[in-house]
Ligand binder design. Structure first.
Ligand SMILES: Nc1ncnc2c1ncn2[C@@H]1O[C@H](COP(=O)(O)OP(=O)(O)OP(=O)(O)O)[C@@H](O)[C@H]1O
Length: 432
């Protein structure tokens, strides 16, 4: 984080990256003095409602964040920023995007939690668009021209007002991570928790962490205290996240039921003093660690891995089998996970594999027309996971044949004709 004082005094000369959050109501003109170097500008958390008409003087700019400001119109000047690839306007009040406002090199667009009713047709010209976050708006549809966004891989349209979804969405050749729950067109089956657990039966001990949708803590459940069963308590926040609505996450977590590669839900919390919604889950042992790390600015839609990561063929096969099995289990229940990534998979040395995080999950009707395509687009995410593992394979010359087997599965899962990809059920058989 930088200060306005640093900018005004000239201390930031030559900076490639600047972050200012200090209640700005106007764009500081001094930023133009950094035009020859500035690549990443973060103005999130201010009170801005506009950018200057000559903003494109920042001719090196690649990434712009303006989340949590007061914009009502997407700034048209961004279409003239020739290197701009990533644009974030989360949690503003944007209701209008002028027809020609998108930058030509756009790869990553974040408009979560605004007031949009419509996306302009010009989005179809954003042929590099890879990641598009539109959850929490008032969209009633997507423009037909978006069918030309052939590089689109991750799309969030949850918590909008879409009564139908276009057919072309389910034929996009690279779409792999889709979240669309919380729209009128979505299937909303009744979900019943295994048990209701009164808040008074629980004791929360210490906080393990905070995700976008809620807080997770360790705890004790009086009913099980004799057995010393270790539990985790997740309390949901309530607001829309970039993936969707916490209520939908909770429903999908409960609906997922029991599987060896899922964290068991023990019950749903009732009588919370602040009426918070929550779940009681099995505690994930501390021996588990994430298989990968989330994408970064460069990889955009693909996970990242610590330097030196080297997966043995046994680990790769264990993960491949577990994920095919859990994928088949979820799809059999009409649940698309929507975020099937190595960073949402935990593994331990004893061969345990867990898929977590239902924040982007969507429940769908398996009898509906797009069900097969929904399942096969998630299979592409599984193909990307295999690709990531294989890119980080340990050198085991004697295992080439088994690696070739996984390579062939990866190719089948990533082919561009959506319906030609195998189902998770078929993958389970092939890996068996
Ligand atoms: N059942 C559990 N047992 C132990 N730790 C858990 C359990 N569930 C979640 N956690 C931990 O609590 C933290 C928050 O988890 P949560 O699932 O809410 O968010 P996340 O997946 O980390 O982030 P996000 O939802 O923003 O992608 C994480 O560190 C996670 O590892």
């Amino acid at each position: 984080m930088n200060t306005l004082q640093q900018l005004l005094s000239g201390e930031l000369a030559g900076a490639k990256r600047v972050k200012l959050a200090c209640g700005l109501t106007e764009f500081p003109q001094e930023l133009f003095q950094l035009a020859d170097t500035l690549e990443i500008l973060d103005l999130s958390g201010n009170r801005l409602s506009d950018l200057p008409a000559d903003f494109d003087r920042l001719h090196k700019l690649k990434i712009l964040f303006c989340s949590d400001n007061l914009f009502t119109v997407f700034p048209e000047v961004l279409s003239r920023c020739s290197l701009l690839e990533m644009v974030g306007f989360k949690s503003n009040r944007i209701a209008v995007i002028p027809e020609a406002a998108f930058p030509p090199q756009l790869r990553w667009l974040i408009l979560t939690n605004n007031c949009l009713e419509k996306i302009p047709a010009a989005i179809g010209q954003c042929i590099r668009l890879q990641k598009c976050m539109l959850a929490g708006n008032r969209l009633t549809g997507l423009p037909d021209e978006m069918r030309y966004c052939h590089n689109l891989q991750l799309l969030r349209i949850s918590a909008n007002e879409m009564a139908t979804l276009p057919d072309w969405l389910f034929t996009l050749p690279r779409l792999s991570w889709l979240a669309m729950a919380g729209n009128p067109c979505c299937h909303q089956p009744a979900v019943t928790a295994p048990e209701w657990i009164h808040w008074n039966e629980l004791e929360v001990t210490h906080q393990l962490g905070e995700g976008a949708s809620g807080f997770v803590s360790t705890g004790n459940w009086h009913k099980h205290i004799q057995q010393q069963r270790e539990i985790a308590v997740k309390l949901f926040k309530g607001e829309v996240t970039s993936d969707g609505l916490p209520q939908e996450e909770m429903n999908a977590t409960v609906a997922a039921g029991t599987h060896v590669n899922l964290v068991q839900v023990l019950g749903q919390i009732s009588h919370h003093p602040d009426q918070k919604k929550g779940l009681v889950l099995n505690l994930i042992p501390a021996t588990f660690a994430n298989l990968g790390n989330p994408p970064d600015f460069d990889t955009c839609t693909r996970d990242t891995f610590a330097a030196g990561t080297a997966f043995t063929i046994d680990t790769m096969l264990a993960v491949a089998r577990a994920l095919a099995s859990v994928g088949a289990h979820l799809h059999a229940r009409g649940i698309m996970h929507g975020d099937l990534y190595a960073h949402n998979i935990l593994i331990d040395k004893a061969g345990g594999v867990l898929l977590v995080d239902y924040g982007a999950a969507t429940m769908y009707n398996r009898a509906a027309v797009h069900a097969a395509a929904i399942e096969r687009l998630e299979v592409r995410a599984y193909g990307c996971l295999l690709d990531d593992l294989l890119l980080h394979a340990a050198p085991e010359p004697a295992q080439q044949e088994r690696r070739d087997g996984l390579l062939a599965l990866r190719d089948a899962c990533m082919q561009e004709q959506v319906l030609l990809r195998p189902s998770f059920e078929t993958l389970v058989q092939q890996l068996g």
